[in-house]
Design a protein around this ligand. Structure first.
Ligand code: NAP
Length: 259
């Protein structure tokens, strides 16, 4: 299926590695030029170069922290009117809610709720005027099945999800859709780092931790980032204009509910 995206431009946040990178790569494969953003220059430039080589599309790499106003300004300076916006950032640290002060909450809200909303605010009216826009927020399976130690993530991402649920019904008449992708366990640096930490803390070999986690998933494996990237590209497609305000769970069937 051709996705009808040739010549479009996407701003893909937090995209030097992992799920953001996978979204960028899948979009580039459909002829979408890109602005990529991450804080670390080396990985970002390597990813930009890999995508240019693999697809031939134009790729701008912006070294910036997308959770700050200055970072967002830098990201949008390159191409202020993207057709596609993929919001993404690192997830908050785990812990006990008794240890989180106001600062910790504000940091989580900035990264996982307010930064996406600020980016939507900066781009959505242009999309409405041009009568095409696709906004994808990378959230988490924890929005459906909260994880106790990830309270900062559960709270901040649910706030974003609630906000988007209202806005997505206002923009769709202008062919501007807003949807959320909810990753379960995908094999990225983040997943490997959390497994390594757990292995160290519990004195278990890292391979065993990973094997147990794979076996615990109904699919018997982790998700592969390209599966996530392709789902993102589909939701950005010309054909997906009737899909808005949805929360698409990609978790290998872990969520046990019928609905
Ligand atoms: P990852 O492999 O660690 O990659 C994170 C990417 O985001 C890197 O490119 C990183 O580059 C960039 N980044 C992080 N903070 C940033 C910031 N403030 N500004 C700009 N770029 C930033 O993580 P991932 O697995 O792809 O996860 C992506 C999101 O999905 C996270 O919010 C995570 O919590 C969520 N998630 C992931 C999983 C999973 O299984 N992988 C499951 C549920 C939820 P720099 O560090 O150089 O900035």
């Amino acid at each position: 299926m051709k996705l009808g995206l040739e010549g479009r431009h996407a701003l893909v946040c937090a995209s030097s590695r992992g799920l953001g990178r996978a979204c960028a790569l899948s979009l580039a494969g459909e002829g979408v030029s890109l602005t990529l953003v991450a804080r670390g220059r080396e990985a970002l430039e390597a990813t930009a170069q890999d995508i240019r080589r693999a697809t031939g599309v134009e790729v701008h790499a912006v070294v910036a922290d997308i959770t700050t106003p200055e970072g967002r300004e830098a990201a949008l300076a390159v191409h202020p009117a993207p057709d596609i916006l993929v919001t993404n950032a690192g997830g908050p640290k785990p812990g006990d809610f008794r240890d989180w002060d106001r600062e910790a909450w504000i940091e989580a809200l900035d990264a996982n709720m307010l930064a996406p909303i600020a980016l939507i605010r900066a781009t959505v009216d242009g999309m409405i005027e041009r009568r095409f826009g696709r906004i994808i927020n990378v959230t988490s399976a924890a929005v459906r099945s909260p994880i106790d130690i990830l309270g900062l993530s559960n709270g901040a991402r649910s706030g974003l999800t609630g906000f988007v649920a209202g806005l997505a019904r206002k923009t769709v008449a202008h062919n501007v859709t807003i949807n959320n992708l909810l990753p379960g366990p995908f094999e990225t640096d983040r997943l490997r780092e959390t497994a390594r930490q757990w292995a160290q803390d519990h004195g278990v070999p890292e391979d065993e931790v990973l094997a147990r986690r794979r076996a615990a998933n109904p699919a018997g494996r982790f998700g592969e980032p390209h599966e996530f990237g392709d789902a993102c590209a589909y939701l950005c497609s010309a054909q997906a204009g009737f899909i808005t305000g949805q929360n698409l769970l990609l978790d290998g069937g872990s969520y046990p509910g019928t609905f």
